[in-house]
Design a binder for this molecule. Structure first.
Ligand code: HEC
Ligand code: HEC
Length: 404
């Protein structure tokens, strides 16, 4: 899909539409790998919340009985707290006779660790669908949470018919009965950071909370006899003046700056030409370069959160549409999106790409070029255009990716 360089491309049309819609002209969101607050909370509170994010929970705190790691920071770690890592998670299931995905008993997630050998989860030989998924960065996710739902529908409207992303509306744990457009997780499992944090505290660390009050099972069997701490385990106590751990994780995540580009590489002529190639071949139909957050004062997350000035009216450069696509790599797993999403994955944001060593959901790809050539399905025409590029243009595109 080689396209002529139009003067007002996809992002341009969003940008030029903005002043008509919003009274405030958006400014760039702060970016950096410095573990400094973006202003959502004070630096003092940020440091406390970051420490909670990195705090290694113990069995006495409610860790387990089934878990994957002892702290959020164990998987969200490099180059700074909150970013990603090479840690993967295992999800499994099988197909029923009519070809529908059926999850492993007790859920598709196989917890990799347990506090007792008798309850270690394992896939069975019936689990013929096996998927590994990498730990995603949460840096800048406060801005992603602040993207209004209609931004996604506008992006979708600009995508070619064969490349329209799948939008999922998902429930919000903190607002029963309400839904919002999902944007977090490889399968677009969640729309809010509070919903995701409660899910992660349970599924990654085995710690229950008022939003996720029940422990996971081991291969479908209850593990209550191994759990000495009464549920919910994460509750506000007088010794915790700033609320529950989950609230601390959410404050920390909302306070992180967006991933920053390498200023020297980004300014190089090669990377600048590469940005044009990225647009010209159509990578940005899915890896959308610029999105604007909702105006300050917008009420989101089912009425539970008001976008503050530090997160509102910001331009971010995630290089993602946060929608699901079938690019031929889908992991076969169905979570909240129904059977039609088995072969689909969320476009991963390319901001911070240079901080990662392995690529794609399963981390099975180790170079940018191999990652591009692994795309097929909906991305097929774009990848064909990539193949038709001159060697110099391909090299410019690699320089651009390396600057992200
Ligand atoms: C064992 C590793 C591991 C631990 C521990 C962990 N995570 Fe994650 N995190 C992941 C993986 C893997 C994903 C992608 C999951 C998916 O979509 O299937 C992820 C995704 C996320 C996302 C979505 C990011 C995005 O932009 O889409 C958020 C938010 C998140 N984690 C928060 C947390 C919080 C908060 C904690 C601590 C309570 C935590 N995680 C603990 C591995 C981990
Ligand atoms: C139709 C939508 C679509 C188009 C077009 C597209 N991508 Fe992707 N891209 C995706 C999806 C979805 C994934 C995740 C696939 C997976 O993990 O299995 C992905 C993954 C990637 C990754 C790996 C990121 C990571 O963190 O692991 C890179 C790099 C990438 N794309 C670059 C490009 C480039 C460069 C182009 C243009 C030549 C392009 N993509 C075109 C949807 C698209």
């Amino acid at each position: 899909m080689m396209r002529a360089r139009r003067w007002a491309p996809v992002l341009g049309s969003l940008f030029f539409a903005a002043p008509m819609v919003y009274a405030v002209i958006a400014v760039e969101a702060p970016a950096g790998y410095d573990n400094l607050s973006n202003g959502f909370e004070s630096q003092t509170q940020f440091d406390l919340d970051l420490a909670e994010f990195n705090n290694r929970e113990q069995i006495a705190d409610g860790l387990g009985p089934l878990y994957n790691a002892q702290s959020c920071g164990e998987c969200h770690e490099t180059p700074v707290s909150g970013a990603g890592s090479q840690v993967t998670e295992l999800r499994v299931g099988r197909l029923d006779p009519s070809g529908n995905f059926v999850e492993h008993s007790g859920g598709s997630l196989i917890n990799d660790r347990a506090i007792d050998p008798s309850i270690q989860e394992q896939a069975t030989r019936d689990d013929t669908i096996i998927a590994f998924r990498s730990s995603l960065s949460i840096l800048g996710d406060g801005y992603v949470e602040a993207i209004p739902d209609d931004a996604f529908t506008r992006i979708q409207a600009n995508q070619p018919p064969t490349m329209k992303g799948t939008i999922l509306r998902v429930p919000l744990s903190e607002a029963p009965g309400q839904t919002r457009i999902a944007r977090f997780g490889w399968k677009d499992q969640h729309a809010s950071l509070l919903s995701f944090a409660a899910d992660a505290y349970l599924n990654e660390m085995g710690i229950t909370s008022p939003l996720q009050p029940s422990e996971n099972t081991s291969n479908g069997k209850s593990v209550v006899q191994f759990d000495a701490i009464s549920d919910p385990e994460d509750v506000a106590t007088p010794s915790a003046p700033h609320g529950t751990d989950i609230e601390a994780f959410v404050r920390f995540m909302r306070s992180t700056k967006a991933p920053a580009r390498d200023p020297v590489l980004a300014a190089s002529p090669g990377a600048q030409a590469g940005a044009g190639v990225f647009h010209q071949v159509g990578c940005d139909f899915c890896h959308v370069a610029t999105i604007q957050t909702a105006p300050a004062g917008t009420v989101i997350n089912g009425g539970t959160f008001t976008v503050p000035a530090v997160l509102g009216d910001k331009m971010i450069h995630p290089f993602s549409d946060f929608m699901l696509h079938d690019v031929g790599t889908g992991d076969g797993i169905v979570q909240n999106g129904g059977q039609a999403t088995a072969r689909k994955l969320r476009t991963p944001p390319l901001w911070g790409l240079r901080t990662r060593s392995r690529f794609m959901h399963d981390l099975a790809t180790v170079s940018y070029e191999a990652a591009i050539l692994r795309h097929a399905g909906e991305a097929g025409p774009v990848i064909q255009s990539y193949r038709n590029l001159r060697p110099q243009q391909r090299s410019q595109l690699m320089q651009f990716l390396r600057s992200l």
